[in-house]
Write a protein that binds this ligand. Structure first.
Ligand SMILES: Cc1cc2nc3c(=O)[nH]c(=O)nc-3n(C[C@H](O)[C@H](O)[C@H](O)COP(=O)(O)O)c2cc1C
Length: 370
C-alpha cells in the first residue's frame, strides 16, 4: 500500500518512505515520556503527538509534557499539541515551543470533555468558526519554520459546518489534518463516520490522518482504502496493543503481520511497570496507573471480560501481577486477540452515549473505573 500525497514532503520523513504514515494519537495522561518510550520499544509510529499543553493568558508550558519532547528517546519526531483560544497566548506558546525540538505545532479542536468545551476550547471551538478562522490565522502566522497541524472532529453537535471547517483548513494552509470521524457530542463509542474522513481527504489540500476505532493492521488498511486518506492515527488500540504500528507497517508493505502471544503481553505489563516508576510514587498510585492501561489490554484478553473483572479490584502490585500471571502465563503461547472483543469496555464511565458525571474529564484516563 503506497501513498503519493505530494504535501507529505513538508512533514517529517517516514520510517517506510512511500507507505501511509502512522501516528500515535495524543492522549492526556497517556502519551507522556514513559508511554512513548514503551511504544518505541515495541515498534514506534512515524509520528508522536504530545498530550495537550493548556494555553491561557497566564499559562506556562507544562514541564512534564515538555519532557516528552526534550528527552524523547524513540528517534521519532514529536508533534506538540496545544489547546486554547486566547490568540496572544497561543502565539506565545507556539513561539516558545519552537525553541525546543518539536516536529510541528498541533492545535486541539476536538476534546469533548464538557469542562473543556464549555470554555470554548478543544471541541468547543467547532461551534464558532470565525474564532477558528482567527486561531488558525494566528498560529499559521507564528509557525513558519515547522509544520502547523490540526486535530479535530467532524462537527460539534452535527456536521452542518463540516465543509466550512475544511475550507478554513485550506485557507490557512494547514500542513496535516488528523480527523476523528465523530462529532464532539458522539464522544468515543459511536460508529465512526469514515465517509466524512473520505470527504475531507478529497477536499483539503494537506494530507489527512484518519482517526477513530482503528483497532488493527487490517482495519488500518481497510480505512485507508475506503477513505483514500494519507495515513492513520491510532489512540486507544495502541494502549491495548503497542505492536500495532509495526503491524500496520507490515500490512502496508504486503508482508505477513506479526502475531502477538500472551507471554509478550505479560512482558508489556512489565515494561509498563518499569516506565511508571517515577521517584517517590506510592505503590497504590503506580498500581492505579497500571490498571488504567490494563483496562485497554483487557479488551483483547477474553470475550467475557474475566481478566478485567479480576484486575479491577486489585490494590497492590503483588495482587495485580498475580492476576496478570494467571491470565497471561497459564497459556503463554496462546495468541493475543487481534481485535478487541465486542462489548468489553475499557472506560465504562465516559465512553457511553449518556456518560456519567465522570465524563467531564473525558480526555483523561483518570475517569476509568478501576
Ligand atoms: C485517555 C484519552 C485521552 C485523550 N486525550 C487527548 C488529547 O490530549 N488531545 C487530543 O487531541 N485528543 C485526545 N484524545 C482523543 C484521541 O486522540 C483520539 O482522537 C480518540 O481516542 C479516537 O481514536 P482511537 O479510537 O484510536 O482511540 C484522548 C483520548 C483518550 C482515550
Amino acid at each position: 500500500m503506497s501513498t503519493t500525497h505530494p504535501a507529505l514532503a513538508r512533514l517529517p520523513a517516514l520510517i517506510a518512505p512511500g507507505q501511509p504514515p502512522t501516528a500515535l494519537a495524543p492522549m492526556q495522561d497517556v502519551t507522556d515520556l514513559p508511554f512513548m518510550t514503551a511504544i518505541g520499544e515495541c515498534g514506534a509510529p512515524d509520528w508522536f503527538f504530545t498530550e495537550y499543553f493548556r494555553v491561557t493568558e497566564t499559562s506556562r508550558l507544562e514541564k512534564h509534557i515538555l519532557r516528552s519532547i526534550t528527552e524523547n528517546p524513540t528517534g521519532r519526531p514529536v508533534f506538540a499539541q496545544l489547546i486554547g483560544e486566547n490568540l496572544p497566548a497561543l502565539r506565545r506558546a507556539a513561539t516558545e515551543l519552537l525553541k525546543h525540538p518539536v516536529a510541528a505545532i498541533d492545535l486541539n479542536m476536538g476534546c469533548p470533555a464538557p469542562k473543556v468545551y464549555k470554555k470554548n476550547v478543544g471541541g468547543g471551538l467547532l461551534r464558532d468558526l470565525p474564532k477558528v478562522d482567527a486561531i488558525l490565522g494566528t498560529l499559521r502566522d507564528a509557525v513558519t519554520t515547522r509544520p502547523f497541524t490540526v486535530k479535530t472532529r467532524i462537527g460539534f453537535e452535527d456536521t452542518r459546518s463540516f465543509e466550512s471547517l475544511l475550507d478554513l483548513i485550506n485557507k490557512h494552509q494547514v500542513d496535516l489534518l488528523s480527523l476523528h470521524g465523530r462529532t464532539v457530542k458522539e464522544l468515543y463509542r459511536s460508529e465512526v463516520h469514515y465517509d466524512y474522513i473520505a470527504r475531507a481527504a478529497e477536499r483539503v489540500a494537506c494530507p489527512v490522518l484518519a482517526n477513530g476505532n482503528i483497532t488493527s493492521a487490517e482495519k488500518a488498511a481497510a480505512v485507508v482504502t475506503e477513505t483514500r486518506c494519507a495515513g492513520v492515527m491510532i489512540g486507544r488500540s495502541a494502549i491495548r496493543n503497542p505492536w500495532i504500528f509495526r503491524q500496520v507497517r507490515e500490512r502496508f508493505a504486503g508482508q505477513p503481520v506479526t502475531r502477538v502471544y500472551l507471554r509478550e503481553v505479560r512482558a508489556y505489563v512489565d515494561r509498563l511497570w518499569t516506565v511508571t516508576d517515577t521517584p517517590g510514587i506510592p505503590e497504590r498510585a503506580r498500581v492505579g496507573k497500571m490498571k488504567k492501561y490494563l483496562n485497554f489490554v483487557g479488551q483483547a484478553m477474553d470475550a467475557g471480560g474475566a481478566f478485567l473483572a479480576a484486575m479491577r479490584p486489585t490494590a497492590t502490585a503483588a495482587e495485580l501481577f498475580a492476576v496478570c500471571d494467571q491470565h497471561m502465563l497459564a497459556e503463554p503461547d496462546a495468541l493475543f486477540a487481534d481485535e478487541p472483543f465486542a462489548g468489553v469496555i475499557a472506560r465504562p464511565n465516559c465512553e457511553t452515549p449518556h456518560p456519567g458525571p465522570d465524563a467531564d474529564e473525558a480526555c483523561s484516563l483518570d475517569t476509568i473505573t478501576a
